[in-house]
Ligand binder design. Structure first.
Ligand SMILES: Nc1ncnc2c1ncn2[C@@H]1O[C@H](COP(=O)(O)OP(=O)(O)OP(=O)(O)O)[C@@H](O)[C@H]1O
Length: 219
């Protein structure tokens, strides 16, 4: 079977919360291997869209296709299952387990997915430039290093889609640069990345910017 070239597609996607239309007839299409930034003012619907695309929420109407699968009518169990197999998430807050080393934190993600495999956990950390900090605890790492452990954790199970929500929000400029370089490296490797950000520097590093305004895609 040939693999679909489209990683993400939404058709007339709408999400309402009571009277509030958080997402209004949104149509987006992201190719496999694309690096896309999702930008827009506060309240424009970025989180709402991300939550649907990462199977944390479902739409009020419209369709969502992820990695060639129609995810529109997934129930909670199916969403959880799909998320575990297809989606890697990087958050602004690191959510690392403080008493586990960098390597163990990454292996824990493997454990929840299938089985821990130390060589591939090491490889994921090497990929993000953290091969020299495997045995460090989170509090022995800089913010940027912790975020790179989180990126390794997000990609260790080889998810086809990587989502990042303000991944450098808590970092200084130097660490922001290193994390950005890591995403660019992953992009060069052909991974599909969708990044929510307010930061024009990050937005400028993406291949394309999808802009939201009052729940609508404006460009
Ligand atoms: N659970 C909810 N219940 C009611 N209204 C909601 C809910 N979630 C979001 N909204 C509303 O939907 C709109 C879009 O919110 P959303 O969080 O998607 O914006 P955002 O672009 O991510 O904003 P920010 O950049 O501030 O995080 C806002 O008007 C918000 O108040």
């Amino acid at each position: 079977m040939t693999q679909p070239k489209i990683a993400i597609e939404t058709r007339h996607l709408t999400r309402k919360f009571g009277d509030i239309v958080a997402l209004d007839d949104a149509n987006i299409s992201v190719r496999k291997g694309e690096f896309v930034a999702l930008m827009g003012a506060s309240g424009s619907g970025k989180t709402t869209l991300m939550n649907i695309l990462t199977c944390l929420d479902s739409a009020s109407s419209g369709e969502v296709w992820l990695d060639g699968v129609n995810a529109t009518a997934f129930n909670e169990e199916e969403r959880r299952e799909f998320r575990a197999r297809h989606i890697g998430l990087v958050f602004q807050q690191f959510h690392l387990i403080p008493y586990l080393t960098a390597l163990e934190n990454v292996m824990l993600a493997q454990y929840y997915h299938s089985v821990p495999d130390e060589p591939s956990a090491r490889h994921a950390l090497e990929l993000v430039g953290m091969g020299h900090r495997l045995e460090h605890l989170p509090n022995q790492l800089s913010g940027g290093e912790q975020q790179r452990v989180c990126i390794a954790r997000a990609l260790v199970n080889e998810p086809p889609l990587i989502f990042a929500d303000e991944p450098t929000g808590n970092l200084d400029e130097e660490n922001e640069r290193k994390v950005l370089e890591t995403f660019q490296h992953l992009h060069d490797e052909g991974r599909t990345i969708i990044m929510v950000t307010h930061n024009p520097v990050l937005g400028g590093c993406a291949e394309r910017i999808i802009r939201l305004q009052h729940g609508k895609i404006v460009s």
